[in-house]
Design a binder for this molecule. Structure first.
Ligand SMILES: Nc1ncnc2c1ncn2[C@@H]1O[C@H](COP(=O)(O)OP(=O)(O)O)[C@@H](O)[C@H]1O
Ligand SMILES: Cc1ncc(C[n+]2csc(CCOP(=O)(O)OP(=O)(O)O)c2C)c(N)n1
Ligand SMILES: [Mg+2]
Ligand SMILES: [Mg+2]
Ligand SMILES: [Mg+2]
Length: 327
């Protein structure tokens, strides 16, 4: 595999955005920015053995998820994605065809949002595959949905079922036995191919002072981030959290998947009570699932409470933590 040949092969033949002056092919990309908009930039890295297993995921799966998780971070700001850059450390065993399959899948996902690949970096590694994707998006000035926007009285919501990605991972890692192949396939797909909630994020950005976060590390962790950034407390109710109807049949510890599993890439956030009904209808019209799961409360210290019938427990900021895994 030749590096320059590879770059040539992955260079897009056409671009969706006229604002690009220089894409792939020079020392850096150059594009024009629009008046009245702000740019949003994020980057997330995925590592073989930590974020995926190359023995269980195809290059296409890996490429898809590396881009999707970054689009999800743009969605979690209420923005829309425009450009992406891909940096890869390629293990010696990989073939040009693997790389092409990976880029092809990213390009398919990018097309759904008219995103353009404008650069990246390619290196070899004696170690594991590492892929880092940067996404640049846009949002109307002052409309970003910040973690610090939650206010006492707000309704807390999520955009879809939680725990399904963790269930899929559990099947993949053979921690949960597969009894029904079609069922396992559904959950594994939720894990490998999350759909970033771009449209939901865009709707959120049209309302006043919405707080948002995407669920990568787990509901408990993301809610604690909102509580800390907004200096509020949060109450959520077990019975209101949307989960797949089969989830509880898969494992006795399914509730841990819901609260701490992560990688569902749904959005969790809050909106004022007086906007809630209108917002809910707006989402319904656009066929975006939205569920109220709790309320924001005034508080001196930022805490998250999980109510289960008579019981209520404090949800700690635990979930996926890179430096607290068994190594
Ligand atoms: N190594 C790093 N250097 C600088 N900033 C970082 C680094 N790692 C994370 N951040 C920043 O810390 C914040 C939280 O990161 P992270 O938890 O990865 O966000 P997310 O879960 O939305 O991907 C983000 O603003 C991110 O840009
Ligand atoms: C092989 C494997 N083991 C464990 C996991 C679970 N896992 C890995 S990283 C992660 C959290 C999300 O990744 P992170 O890099 O923290 O994303 P960010 O919060 O920055 O978006 C989870 C739940 C996985 N996806 N694959
Ligand atoms: Mg991150
Ligand atoms: Mg995020
Ligand atoms: Mg992220």
């Amino acid at each position: 595999m030749d590096e320059f040949d590879l770059i040539h092969r992955i260079t897009p033949r056409s671009l969706s955005h006229q604002e690009i002056e220089i894409g792939i092919g020079d020392d850096a990309a150059v594009y024009h920015t629009k008046n009245g908009y702000q740019e949003i930039v994020c980057v997330d890295t995925m590592v073989d053995g930590v974020h995926f297993l190359s023995s269980h995921s195809t290059p296409a799966d890996i490429g898809y998820k590396a881009l999707a998780v970054n689009i999800s971070d743009i969605a979690a700001m209420g923005g829309f994605p425009k450009y992406y850059l891909v940096s890869i450390a390629v293990p010696f065993g990989w073939h040009a065809s693997d790389m092409e399959a990976m880029y092809e899948e990213m390009s398919k996902l990018a097309k759904l949002y008219q995103m353009d690949l404008i650069g990246g970096d390619t290196v070899s590694t004696k170690g594991q595959m590492v892929i880092t994707v940067t996404v640049i998006g846009e949002i109307k000035k002052g409309k970003a949905c910040l973690r610090s926007h939650a206010q006492p009285g707000d309704v807390v919501f999520v955009t879809g079922e939680l725990g399904s990605s963790a269930a899929g991972l559990s099947f993949l890692l053979e921690k949960t036995p597969i009894k029904n192949k079609a069922q396992a396939k559904y959950f594994i797909n939720r894990h490998k191919r999350p759909t970033p909630r771009v449209e939901a994020g865009l709707i959120c950005s049209r309302y006043h002072h919405v707080a948002l976060n995407d669920i990568s590390d787990g509901l408990a962790s993301e809610l604690n981030e909102i509580a800390e950034a907004s200096r509020v407390s949060i109450d959520i109710y077990k019975d209101l959290i949307p989960v797949h109807s089969d989830l509880h049949t898969l494992h006795t510890r399914w509730e841990e998947w819901v609260l701490f599993g992560g990688e569902d890439f749904e959005l969790v956030g809050s909106i004022s009570g007086d906007q809630w009904e209108h917002f809910y209808q707006d989402c319904s019209v656009h066929r975006i699932p939205i569920y109220q799961i709790g309320r924001i409360h005034q508080s001196g210290d930022a805490q998250v409470f999980y109510h289960n019938g008579q019981d209520s427990v404090r949800l700690e900021k635990k979930g996926y933590n890179h430096f607290k895994q068994d190594r």
